[in-house]
Write a protein that binds this ligand. Structure first.
Ligand SMILES: Nc1nc2c(ncn2[C@@H]2O[C@H](COP(=O)(O)OP(=O)(O)OP(=O)(O)O)[C@@H](O)[C@H]2O)c(=O)[nH]1
Ligand SMILES: [Mg+2]
Length: 290
């Protein structure tokens, strides 16, 4: 899922993700038209190949927010969407006898786009992340990083980390869920150095040194989105699709979904319609064997 202010390049980054190396083989469409402003929450699914394994990746694009006169509670439609997916899963889980595998539409990761202002985070950013970090894994990213100098980028990353910390916002990977020392060492590095990934998006290809690369053409050269000396898109991609994919799913299931489920099952007033009494739901989607 991608979320942030309007025009920050959310839709562009989704295209970048599907067109970049992980999925270049399967990315067959070659659109040249401009990406329109996103007006509704929309799921886009693609089969991508990772380490010889095909998997389905669904990205949910959302319209920008924060443009209204009153931005109060503007995270609500997003929280509602996330909860609806938990609810769907819960209903299936309760009916476990009917399906071997529960179709999983739950949101495992929310990329939050921060505007590359170089100043402080907006109150809106803090509010959004404060609320949503309780229901979903948030990965903050700095959008349109090509608009900042190297020094500005370094400084801004540091400042954002500091502000998130001061405001008690837990982004993914959350400290409390590190499983062992190895996890902690690796994740500390990500939390203290990589986050928030400063990315550039593009779905246009250019020829650079005889190779076709995704990039943005400027009067002073081509910004290559997958080149680590140009931006951190490749780091972000590897983080969410390769190194932390499984963990994102586990934290979603064991923490966020579990919190939703516990709350929902305790909340008698809100039983799923048509259900009399909820049977005790198993902790995992597969029934216990004993
Ligand atoms: N400089 C720069 N421009 C970008 C980048 N990514 C996207 N853009 C441009 O920013 C404009 C908006 O991009 P979109 O992807 O439509 O932005 P969005 O966040 O989806 O906007 P909404 O749908 O209105 O929320 C387009 O002109 C893009 O070409 C980037 O990384 N750097
Ligand atoms: Mg959009």
């Amino acid at each position: 899922m991608s979320k942030g202010q309007s025009g920050l390049g959310k839709s562009t980054l989704i295209n970048t993700l599907f067109k970049s190396q992980v999925s270049r083989k399967s990315a067959s469409w070659n659109r040249e038209e401009k990406i329109p402003k996103t007006v509704e929450i929309k799921a886009i699914g693609h089969v991508i190949e990772e380490g010889g394994v095909k998997m389905k990746l669904t990205v949910i694009d959302t319209p920008g927010f924060g443009d209204q006169i009153n931005n109060e509670n503007c995270w609500e439609p997003i929280e509602k969407y996330i909860n609806e997916q938990y609810e769907k899963f819960l209903k299936e889980e309760v009916n476990i006898a009917r399906k071997k595998r529960i179709p999983d539409t739950r949101v495992h990761c929310c990329l939050y786009f921060i505007s590359p202002t170089g100043h402080s985070l907006r109150p809106l950013d803090l509010e959004f992340m404060k609320h949503l970090s309780k229901v979903v894994n948030i990965v903050p990213i700095i959008a349109k990083a090509d608009t900042m100098t190297l020094e500005e980028k370094m400084e801004f990353k540091q400042r954002v980390r500091k502000e998130l910390e001061v405001n008690g916002i837990e982004f993914y990977p959350q400290k409390e869920f590190d499983e062992d020392l190895e996890d902690k060492t690796e994740n500390d590095k990500i939390r203290q150095e990589s986050m928030p990934f400063a990315v550039v998006g593009s779905d246009k290809e250019y020829q650079v040194n005889g190779k076709r690369v995704l990039g943005r053409k400027t009067p002073w050269g081509i910004i290559e989105v997958e080149n680590l000396t140009h931006c951190e898109f490749a780091l972000l991609r590897d983080f969410v699709i390769r190194t932390h994919l499984q963990d994102l799913k586990e934290v979603t299931h064991n923490i966020h979904y579990e919190t939703y489920r516990a709350r929902r099952l305790n909340d008698n007033g809100g039983l799923p319609p048509g259900e009399g009494v909820l049977p005790p739901a198993p902790a995992s989607p597969r029934p216990a064997t004993e």
